[in-house]
Ligand binder design. Structure first.
Ligand SMILES: *Cc1c(COP(=O)(O)O)cnc(C)c1O
Length: 375
């Protein structure tokens, strides 16, 4: 039987292995592993890629969001608005900064924050909105920025899933006061370990983020605030310098896979993802929805196709956020109960793409139920 993994690093990694090996050797022989030339080079290149002035490397995506909040002096007794349907890190970063996440429901069309429900959640304590650019496309940023202006709030992009994505022709990372990126290996731009960065046009924020990420010091051993250690190291920066050169090509490949899925999956039981007219999607995740998700996932697994659920439990139903357990976000709950991510990666071969399409088109929940009954 054909086996289709959910994701596979090999097609890209095979292609760039020599370049990566050379970078490894350069850093290895440089005797310099923290805050050196490779980090400078990456920060400059990625700021430019995002059409932003400043990029500050840090340890991971979660800390990138936390650092932005700290940089804006958002913490204790403050509230920050975020979507109920997201990866937990979007909310955890707010909690880690000492502030309280306040949830807003998602919408079923693009699986993104329902911007019409933001204003009803704004109080005297609200300081910021985290716009999660989930699955590979941006939220309605015009609306979010307009609301933020009216109430004097900061807007922070959680851009961990949208490297290279466009909104009205502008790059994700340049659409708000600041953006947080993750370079977790599985992201569209991934390191070979943990890494992240903050991107912004705000000079003051850039300075504060750098200070906070460096034990609260700008000048060595002069600590102005109780900061933390969150760094992008030389080795990961060197690898990212290589991979950044391939980001547009790998995103283009993902778009081509998504286009085939969108054109050819025609099973009435499957709801396909949609792209907002303002957006160029980078398909970090290709998420379909179906009422009998478990049947579909098992059926695909029996046919050798690996899928993943992003994400099965909305924030307010996580044990970590028990204090929100009485809250209700019907669309976020609906998405969590019905969503399923199909295989999507650079270098996926054409037969595998067609096999996924044909296998899904032959799926019938009735037939699967009948099979279970007759077992
Ligand atoms: C991956 C991810 C993060 C966290 O990034 P890490 O580098 O894993 O800490 C935050 N938000 C979203 C939406 C993510 O997908």
């Amino acid at each position: 039987m054909r086996k289709v993994p959910f994701a596979d690093f090999q097609p890209l990694h095979n292609k760039i292995e020599e370049e990566i090996a050379q970078q490894f050797q350069e850093v290895y022989r440089s005797n310099w592993f923290i805050n050196g030339k490779k980090v400078d080079e990456f920060e400059e290149a990625f700021a430019k890629y995002c059409n932003s002035k400043y990029c500050i490397g840090c340890g991971n995506g979660l800390e990138a969001i936390e650092l932005i909040l700290k940089g804006f002096d958002i913490g204790k007794n403050d509230e920050v608005i975020v979507c109920a349907h997201t990866f937990i890190a979007s909310a955890l970063a707010i909690s880690k900064a000492g502030a309280t996440p306040v949830l807003v429901d998602a919408k079923l069309d693009y699986y993104l924050m329902d911007v019409d429900k933001i204003e009803e959640k704004i109080t005297d304590k609200t300081k910021a909105i985290v716009a999660v650019q989930l699955y590979g496309q941006a939220c309605d940023m015009d609306k979010i920025n307009t609301i933020a202006k009216k109430y004097n709030l900061k807007v922070i992009e959680d851009a961990a899933q949208s490297h290279g994505s466009l909104y009205n022709g502008a790059k994700v990372g340049s659409l708000a006061d600041a953006a947080a990126f993750s370079f977790y290996p599985g992201k569209n731009l991934g390191a070979l370990g943990d890494a992240g960065c903050v991107v912004t046009n705000d000079e003051h924020l850039a300075k504060k983020v750098r200070e906070y990420a460096n034990y609260g010091a700008i000048e060595k051993y002069h600590h102005n605030v109780k900061g933390m250690n969150s760094r992008l190291d030389e080795m990961q920066a060197a690898f990212l310098n290589v991979k950044l050169k391939y980001l547009d090509e790998t995103n283009q490949f993902r778009r081509q896979v998504a286009e085939q899925y969108l054109q050819n999956i025609n099973n009435k039981e499957i709801i396909l993802p949609q792209v907002a007219p303002t957006n160029e999607h980078v398909w970090h995740i290709f998420a379909v929805r179906t009422q009998e998700r478990e049947l579909l996932q098992n059926y695909l697994a029996e046919n050798g196709i690996n899928t993943v659920i992003h994400y099965p439990i909305p924030i307010h139903q996580q044990l970590a956020y028990q204090e929100m357990s009485q809250e209700s976000y019907p669309n976020a709950e609906e998405i969590a109960n019905t969503v399923l991510s199909l295989p999507m990666y650079y270098g996926m071969n054409q037969e595998d793409i067609e096999y996924v399409i044909n296998t899904i088109n032959q799926y019938s929940s009735e037939k699967e139920k009948a099979k279970i009954l007759h077992k």
